[in-house]
Design a protein around this ligand. Structure first.
Ligand code: DX5
Ligand code: ZN
Length: 223
């Protein structure tokens, strides 16, 4: 399977969101990555349900919604109604994670679990076969444009092994500080989905930057 590209809307121009949505629609991106922050789980507040519902009216690709909120289980059906296709909760934020995952799937969405840089991938062992996506944070969540944490490579390799052992087919998504300097190595280590915010929306030609990330060949940065 070729890898997927999920531009992070957190770095879009919120005053011209429709324009950036259309750019992603017409680009080679696969998903929209949408970051929801509550100012409690992470030290920042971003966007919420009404903005996702508005995006849904224009977005022609799946909405990959990354919840950085406490007690995410309280809002599962609301995010479904707003138009989320994939709903990801943090392992550090949901006490009864297995129940949360089941509820996401029952609501008709793909279920993802995100892990912070300090969280061991081994903690995913008993839910890995039940989920569709692992969102591996390669920065501490809360802000776009941060520096990539190098230990992520080791964690991907470890997760690939664990995925095989558990018979899981979960996609491995890397979120934070992804750019052309680390993307090929992330894919070589086993990443399936690359989230990119600042690298895409901060570039001169975001659509071309998405094309570059989509056409990285494993082991090389050529396009
Ligand atoms: C960080 C968010 C990321 C962020 C990535 O908390 O989860 O999705 O938007 O942005 P960049 O690619 O700029 O690090
Ligand atoms: Zn994210």
């Amino acid at each position: 399977m070729t890898h997927l590209i999920a531009p992070s809307i957190l770095s879009a121009d919120f005053a011209h969101l429709q324009k950036d949505i259309e750019m992603v629609n017409h680009s080679e991106a696969d998903w929209f990555h949408v970051d929801v922050m509550d100012g409690v789980f992470v030290p920042n507040i971003s966007l919420g349900l009404p903005v996702i519902a508005a995006m849904r009216r224009y977005a022609k690709k799946p909405l990959d919604v990354h919840l950085m909120i406490v007690q995410p289980e309280r809002y599962i059906n609301d995010f479904r109604k707003a138009g989320a296709d994939i709903l990801t909760v943090h392992i550090e934020a949901s006490t009864h994670l297995h129940r949360t995952i089941s509820a996401i799937k029952e609501a008709g969405m793909k279920a993802g679990v995100a892990i912070n840089p300090h969280t061991s991938v081994q903690l995913l062992k008993d839910v890995l076969a039940d989920i569709d996506l692992v969102c591996m944070m390669s920065v501490n969540p809360g802000f776009g444009g941060q520096k990539f944490i190098e230990n992520t490579y080791n964690k991907i390799a470890e997760l690939v092994v664990l995925r095989d052992v558990t018979g899981s087919s979960a996609l491995i998504e890397i979120d934070g500080g992804v750019n052309a300097d680390n993307a090929a190595e992330l894919l070589n280590n086993g990443a399936n989905v690359l989230v990119a915010g600042n690298f895409v929306f901060g570039s001169q030609n975001p659509s071309h930057t998405i094309h570059e990330l989509k056409h990285l060949y494993r082991g090389t940065k050529s396009v």
